[in-house]
Design a protein around this ligand. Structure first.
Ligand SMILES: *Cc1c(COP(=O)(O)O)cnc(C)c1O
Ligand SMILES: [Zn+2]
Length: 411
């Protein structure tokens, strides 16, 4: 009943059966899901999509499941907002925010990938789900895993923001805080995944998990009125989301849901962890791993699994990349909040500040249609703003005290 043919090595093209595997035995290339596009063309029409509920499963034929969706039935179809105030600030005309800070149960785009990964984990018969996370993935695996009855292990760097740890703990997974950075966590989890029969969503079932990110691209096309934008700015951690938004555009073009794809893809990173944007600016696709040091912890992957592919998508599309300092990230968060009323986490600050830079450099044109992907909610990383917000005015509960203070406020 499904629409997937096989898993296929991205490097040598060797095909594998649909199993919880992720790496080619011959060349060690990553495996990717291969679809039956001819069959999908017939089933996934505009009319079929428009009849369905407003969640990420409205494009289910292009997602790697065999049966019905089982997880994340209220995730996705987040707003695409015409950001006129921010556009004015930047001196451009057609700016949109893809707002993944809302709608998702755990308030980040990771609910897209987890909906697909856990549905697939059910199909494979796993009873335990796990992940190596920079924060948001742990929230999503913990929450959706709880709802769908899995045993849950989440592995995080011990230095994560306290509020991010609580936001996993509340769903009662086993939270394992590793003394190391994300890349250390990921290395350890790869070893654990080889030994225990657990579904590590971003390791052994990564080929399926990663496909969930495409739904952000599908939604952008549908919400723009079945066309692609001129530019998309995407924050990069492993680089997966950026490659999958591009893949989504190509797939909708291939099955005839959108006419042409002339979109430039732009990668946004923090200066304290910018292996992808550094490679793009240097004109190479060789990623040099770094040791992350940034407040944008959700993007702090020093050795990005899809970095090479992200660099090549940016190159193929004619886009570019930039990185921004911690101070620029905070300014980006505040600017988005006071222009558009959207409170994003540090990753959103990275994306907004990067967009500003790209516009100033002329890489993004004034009349272009540009979509900026804001991927997580600011309530998750409130610590980042401490010491960078306006003061609070403390008063006595009487009018005199208020009016004394008002003099100071409006002076
Ligand atoms: C995970 C994450 C990303 C980027 O993810 P990729 O690994 O590049 O796919 C972007 N923003 C937020 C908030 C995230 O949690
Ligand atoms: Zn191979």
């Amino acid at each position: 009943m499904g629409y997937i043919n096989s898993l296929k090595c991205r490097e040598c093209g060797r095909e594998y059966p649909i199993d919880p595997i992720y790496v080619c035995e011959f060349c060690f290339g990553p495996l990717e899901v291969a679809y039956d596009y001819e069959k999908i063309k017939k089933a996934l029409t505009k009319e079929a999509i428009l009849r369905r509920e407003n969640n990420l499963w409205r494009y289910k034929e292009l997602l790697p499941i065999d049966g019905d969706p089982q997880v994340g039935l209220t995730s996705g179809f987040t707003p695409l907002i015409k950001a006129n105030n921010l556009a004015k600030e930047f001196g451009v005309e057609n700016l949109y925010i893809k707002d993944d800070t809302v709608v998702h149960p755990t308030l980040s785009f990771k609910d897209r990938v987890v909906a697909v990964a856990l549905t697939k984990a059910k199909e494979f018969g796993f009873d335990t789900v796990a992940c190596a996370s920079t924060g948001n993935l742990a929230h999503s695996v913990s929450a959706h895993g709880a709802k769908s009855g899995f045993r849950r292990f989440v592995f995080i760097p011990a230095t994560l923001e306290p509020s991010k740890i609580v936001a996993s703990l509340v769903y009662e997974p086993s939270v394992v805080a590793v003394d190391g950075n994300y890349d250390d966590v990921n290395r350890l989890c790869t070893e654990i995944a080889n030994k225990y029969r657990w579904a590590f969503v971003n390791i052994n079932i990564r080929p399926f998990y990663a496909e969930g990110s495409k739904t952000q691209g599908f939604e952008i096309i549908e919400q723009l009125g079945w066309r692609t934008p001129d530019n998309v700015v995407v924050p990069c951690a492993s680089g997966s989301l950026l490659t999958k938004v591009w893949k989504a555009f190509k797939e909708f073009n291939y099955i005839g849901l959108v006419n042409e794809v002339n979109t430039k893809m732009f990668a946004a990173q923090a200066a304290g962890c910018s292996p992808i944007s550094t490679a793009i600016k240097a004109g190479t696709d060789i990623i040099k791993p770094v040791k992350p040091d940034t407040i944008a912890k959700s993007l702090a992957i020093g050795n990005p699994a899809d970095g090479y592919y992200a660099v090549n998508v940016v190159k193929e599309s004619g886009g570019w990349a930039e990185s921004v300092t911690d101070l620029e990230i905070i300014e980006g968060i505040k600017l988005l909040a006071k222009t558009e009323g959207i409170f994003s986490e540090t990753a959103g600050g990275v994306t907004v500040a990067t967009t500003k830079k790209l516009i100033e450099q002329g890489k993004i044109g004034k009349k272009d249609v540009t979509v900026v992907c804001i991927t997580g909610n600011g309530l998750k990383t409130q610590e980042a703003l401490s010491g960078h917000t306006k003061q609070v005015y403390y008063i006595k509960p009487n009018l005199v005290s208020f009016e004394d203070t008002l003099q100071n406020i409006i002076r």
